[in-house]
Design a protein around this ligand. Structure first.
Ligand SMILES: C[S@@+](CC[C@H](N)C(=O)[O-])C[C@H]1O[C@@H](n2cnc3c(N)ncnc32)[C@H](O)[C@@H]1O
Length: 279
């Protein structure tokens, strides 16, 4: 753990996920799946066993469906690929012939490579250590880009928008889900947010609401095809799940880190999905 300008605890978001290690939320042992997102809970219950992994899977599918993925997409990139679940899904369920998952957490990269091998997909899915803000892809080379709940970490999100625009082909689609942290109005939220920014690696440059989000994506050159606030299908469910699974949340964690990020449960963050096209 090294001091950086964003966090006094973590050098970058990769160090945060290296620290979180395996099964940060819940591990679906039956299917050997580890997830690090808050889930899309449409038709699911926060109290039913196994519904967190189902909601995580539903979120991947929402973002992949929105991208209209198909076998015709020669090159698909999953940005901030976690444990490689969505990258594998792009190949298995959406028939994408070449998928690259990128991440900056070496722990998750190693786990993702193992996951790809366990599906015998090495010829179609590659996992690379690469930052979303410095994409090592040629200009106009990517057909579709999916990014599930990762952009709030990027330093900064706008740098990523520019990189996505540069590397997508004309007509290429960027499909994302993301957490939105608006500028806090109450003193208590201000205090909680500064702790969350430190403990969860959220750069100050990414603190703005939906309206500004849309302005920034358009400024990068994209045309917005669809954008929705889906907070009501994420936050109350995840909150209920978290409050009924305190042990899952703190297991293997450093106590002071848990205490500094506990405000996440009460903070009024919002959640959205966005589909944008490069004209
Ligand atoms: C909340 S997790 C979501 C992971 C995965 N998309 C999922 O839904 O399971 C955020 C992910 O973004 C990755 N990440 C954060 N900053 C990144 C960056 N600058 N470049 C690439 N990946 C990054 C983290 O390592 C982590 O895997």
């Amino acid at each position: 753990m090294i001091k950086s300008k964003v966090s006094s605890t973590f050098q970058d978001a990769g160090a945060l996920y290296d620290f979180m290690g395996h099964a940060p939320l819940e591990h679906d042992k039956k299917n050997n799946l580890s997830f690090v997102n808050l889930g899309y809970w449409h038709g699911l219950s926060a109290f039913a066993k196994g519904h967190l992994p189902r909601s995580n899977h539903a979120l991947f599918n929402l973002v992949c469906r929105n991208a209209k993925l198909s076998a015709k997409d020669d090159f698909v990139a999953d940005i901030g690929c976690g444990f490689g679940n969505a990258a594998v899904l792009c190949a298995t369920d959406y028939d994408c012939p070449n998928v690259v998952g990128i991440n900056i957490s070496q722990y998750q990269i190693d786990q993702s490579i193992e996951k790809v091998a366990s599906h015998n997909l090495q010829h179609r899915v590659e996992i690379k250590n690469m930052s979303a803000t410095d994409l090592q892809f040629d200009d106009n080379s990517v057909d579709k880009m999916v990014c599930v709940e990762a952009a709030f970490h990027f330093d900064s999100r706008v740098h990523f928008f520019k990189e996505a625009f540069r590397t997508l082909k004309p007509g290429g689609i960027l499909s994302m889900s993301d957490m939105v942290f608006n500028k806090p109005r109450k003193a208590v939220h201000k205090m909680i947010l500064s702790r969350l920014q430190d403990g969860l690696y959220i750069p100050s440059a990414n603190i703005y609401g939906f309206h500004d989000y849309m302005v920034k994506i358009r400024e990068a050159g994209f045309v917005i095809m669809d954008a929705r606030n889906i907070t009501t299908l994420v936050r109350p469910y995840f909150r209920r799940w978290a409050l009924t699974h305190p042990v899952s949340l703190v297991i293997n964690r450093n106590f002071s880190w848990v205490m500094s990020t506990i405000g996440f449960i009460v903070y009024p963050w919002e959640y959205m999905y966005l589909v944008a096209v490069k004209p």
